[in-house]
Ligand binder design. Structure first.
Ligand SMILES: [Ca+2]
Ligand SMILES: [Ca+2]
Length: 146
């Protein structure tokens, strides 16, 4: 299912944005299956095959991605997500994301979802992540100023 795989990258970049769409696909995800998906996703995104994802490559990939309802992401949003993804994943700050960097980010995200540390993200944990993401979204941006 290529669309689920693409959503994977989206979830790493912007968990709060993607988790609602991602959760059904992530249910029963194991760390192993997540890594396999990420490998495929990385290879598919690395258009020039230099072993790194550049901002342009991630943007292009996001632009081709189908989100919920079969629509594609609009370019402005694709750019935003690509920027976010690099900011989160690029730990050595060279402006691009190596496969090791993307695996490390995936591992962090997975650990956050996998509350009972059994190496799987089940439906309940996905639901908890969804609720947390909703909470984070409502909290960021004070509804009443003064
Ligand atoms: Ca590349
Ligand atoms: Ca890097």
């Amino acid at each position: 299912m290529p669309s689920n795989r693409a959503l994977f990258l989206l979830a790493l970049a912007a968990p709060t944005l993607a988790v609602t769409q991602m959760a059904p696909a992530a249910a029963q995800e194991t760390r192993k299956s997540a890594e396999t998906k990420l490998d495929g996703e990385f290879a598919a995104s690395d258009a020039n095959k230099d072993g790194f994802l550049s901002q342009a490559e991630i943007e292009a990939r996001m632009g081709r991605m189908k989100v919920a309802g079969g629509k594609s992401l609009d370019p402005a949003q694709a750019k935003k997500i690509a920027t976010l993804f690099i900011a989160r994943a690029d730990t050595n700050k060279d402006g691009k994301v190596s496969e090791a960097e993307s695996q490390a980010l995936m591992s962090n995200v997975f650990a956050r979802y996998d509350l009972n540390k059994d190496g799987r993200v089940d439906g309940q944990e996905a639901a908890a992540a969804r609720a947390a993401a909703r909470g984070a979204t409502t909290k960021s941006g004070p509804p009443k100023g003064r």
